[in-house]
Design a protein around this ligand. Structure first.
Ligand code: 5GW
Ligand code: MN
Length: 280
């Protein structure tokens, strides 16, 4: 496909001049070919703690169909129930690595635990096995291409609820100055989702380590950021701008009607029966 005309209904660049990636703003064949020359190893970190192992199968099956097809991909599945990790047939140069982590008593432990266990796994193992790392929610299904246009030093996804909103003071950033995730009124670029983000292994390591460290510091001070790691992620990305911003095509939700400017839904989060999947 040759892009004779770029779409003009959305911004395709941020105000710090990095790509804002939407369908119709890149050539999928060309961009895959450019990155394929480097043939990067891509790690996908997902957590499936407790009842969330039920989401693994659809995640992997759809990932095999749409996520960086023909690239080298390893799914790192962090779980407390490795016997519940299903067998899924993977493509060539694609692997699964199961990492056992302890069960959690509180759901906040699961959510904050992601930063902790990712920090440890990246520094002890993944740094030697991957060039790029993505962190994703497991309650997600790929529906369309998620290709090399998503790769950069640090890529973050606009939260589908706030992407049209230019009033940064209405974003759900942590506002209490007592929290290390605090972003004062008048500050902020976008509100990013914590359900999909990625980047170079070194940059991802710095990010998860800082979020982990700051969440620990908050916890010592008896404060928990409003949206847990999402608050810390947003704080980090305010001071360390992403090298690419991905449109909400990269993370939509089955709960929400697809908006007119979303031409392609690449990942959608499943509707969950919270009573059935959550511990307590
Ligand atoms: C359970 C209860 C409340 C919040 C989170 C959990 C939970 C999350 C869990 O019991 N097990 C688990 O593996 N997770 C991981 O954290 C999954 O990878 C999940 O996709 C991610 C974020 O939690 P979600 O998907 O329930 O959060 P929302 O905001 O997308 O609904
Ligand atoms: Mn989710």
């Amino acid at each position: 496909m040759i892009l004779k005309e770029r779409r003009t209904d959305v911004n395709s660049v941020t105000n710090w001049n990095v790509p804002l990636v939407w369908e119709g703003t890149f050539d999928p064949v060309v961009i895959d070919a450019i990155y394929k020359r480097m043939d990067p190893r891509v790690a996908v970190i997902v957590f499936a703690i407790g009842k969330y192992t039920q989401f693994i199968k659809a995640f992997l099956k759809s990932g095999e169909k749409y996520f960086l097809v023909d690239f080298r991909v390893t799914y790192y599945i962090f779980t407390d129930h490795k016997e519940n990790v299903p067998q899924v047939k993977l493509g060539r140069s694609r692997n699964i690595s199961v990492i056992t982590v302890p069960s959690a008593k509180r759901w906040q432990e699961v959510v904050f635990g992601r930063m902790k266990w990712a920090t440890i796994a990246i520094e002890t193992q993944i740094v030697n096995e991957a060039d790029y790392v993505f962190m994703m929610d497991i309650d997600s299904v790929f529906h369309n291409r998620f290709g090399a246009e998503s790769l950069s030093r640090l890529s973050a996804v606009l939260h589908r609820i706030y992407y049209k909103n230019t009033h940064r003071d209405s974003f759900l950033y942590e506002r209490r100055p007592e929290s290390t995730a605090h972003i004062p009124a008048g500050k902020g670029d976008y509100y990013y989702t914590a359900a999909v983000w990625g980047g170079y292994v070194e940059d991802m390591y710095k990010l998860v380590k800082q979020c982990y460290t700051q969440a620990e510091e908050d916890s010592k001070n008896n404060i928990e950021a409003a949206w847990q790691e999402e608050s810390h992620l947003n704080k980090y990305l305010l001071h360390n701008k992403p090298a690419k911003v991905l449109s909400p095509e990269y993370l939509w939700s089955d709960y929400d009607a697809v908006q007119a400017d979303i031409k392609v839904v690449r990942i959608s989060q499943l509707v969950k029966d919270y009573a059935k999947v959550r511990p307590n």
